[in-house]
Design a protein around this ligand. Structure first.
Ligand SMILES: Nc1ncnc2c1ncn2[C@@H]1O[C@H](COP(=O)(O)OP(=O)(O)OP(=O)(O)O)[C@@H](O)[C@H]1O
Length: 262
């Protein structure tokens, strides 16, 4: 196992240039989530304490059924917790009504899913700007130009999704998630439907958005290579944090994963 493995609960912050740790954007404290299916109670999250640093790229990994998707859904306000607290900035998202959660997701969070979810009749540019137009937000054209430059799709903006490769479509979806300068982008298996070359382009784009635009990204993945693009990988097992790897490589992630599954 990697010697970089440390306790995930105390390592959510990231030193700033001045050496002070920047406050985390998202904090989970004692989060539990149970599901009742028929007569049985499934404890998907069992006392999760984690912090996610601003301007960092964090991957969440763990064996199948360890609670990764449930954690991401709770962090992103897509699902409610059974107990515990999740804060985003100064907002206690576990205290919000459904309506407030909808607003939080729309205004402060970007989402990238395994399916690209682009509208087929809209050009790449119109897909990227659609959420802003729906929310009646002013489009920041400077930021749009910057994102388009980082995403490397400047010459494809007028194409319909059907004329783009899978990797290009997912880069459009990431650009769409980034345009509103969300406090956090949550990505759930963003390369699950892509070949390895296209996946590498999408991951490099996510990483560049962190490095060059200070974006905060949290990504669930099964793939140690995908996780190696992150600054930090946090692991779950049986609904609990099970260590982390900083500055991961595919090998160090795989080592930790194999130790968890063994
Ligand atoms: N809506 C639900 N109803 C009942 N049980 C659920 C529900 N969602 C998740 N679970 C259960 O909670 C546990 C954690 O599931 P979760 O999908 O979060 O794990 P995961 O780590 O994302 O798994 P995978 O890697 O297979 O996607 C599992 O036992 C799962 O069966």
């Amino acid at each position: 196992m990697s010697d970089k493995v440390v306790d995930a609960r105390t390592q959510g912050t990231r030193p700033t240039a001045a050496g002070d740790p920047s406050p985390p954007v998202v904090v989970a404290r004692g989060v539990t989530k149970t599901f009742r299916t028929g007569g049985t109670l499934v404890r998907a999250l069992d006392g999760v304490d984690l912090e996610f640093a601003r301007g960092a790229f964090t991957a969440i990994m763990g064996p199948s059924g360890s609670g990764k998707s449930t954690l991401m859904h709770c962090l992103a306000g897509l699902d409610t917790v059974t107990s515990g607290q999740i804060t985003m900035g100064r907002t206690d998202i576990t205290a919000l009504t459904d309506r407030q959660l909808t607003q939080l997701r729309r205004d402060r969070i970007g989402f990238v899913f395994q399916a690209f979810n682009l509208l087929p009749m809209l050009t790449a540019r119109d897909n990227i700007t659609l959420p802003a137009r729906i929310a009646k937000r002013r489009i920041d054209h400077q930021r749009l130009a910057r994102i388009v430059e980082v995403v490397g799709l400047a010459d494809r903006l007028d194409h319909l999704p059907a004329k783009l490769s899978g990797g290009q479509q997912q880069r459009v979806a990431v650009a769409r998630a980034l345009l509103g300068a969300p406090e956090v982008v949550y990505a759930d298996e963003p390369t699950g439907n892509l070949d390895s070359r296209s996946g590498a382009q999408v991951l490099a784009f996510l990483r560049d958005s962190v490095r060059e635009m200070g974006q905060t990204v949290v990504m669930v993945t099964h793939d140690p290579v995908a996780a190696s693009y992150a600054d930090r990988v946090v692991f779950l097992r049986d609904g609990r944090p099970a260590g982390q790897v900083d500055d991961p490589t595919a090998e160090s992630v795989l080592d930790h994963l194999l130790a968890l599954e063994g």
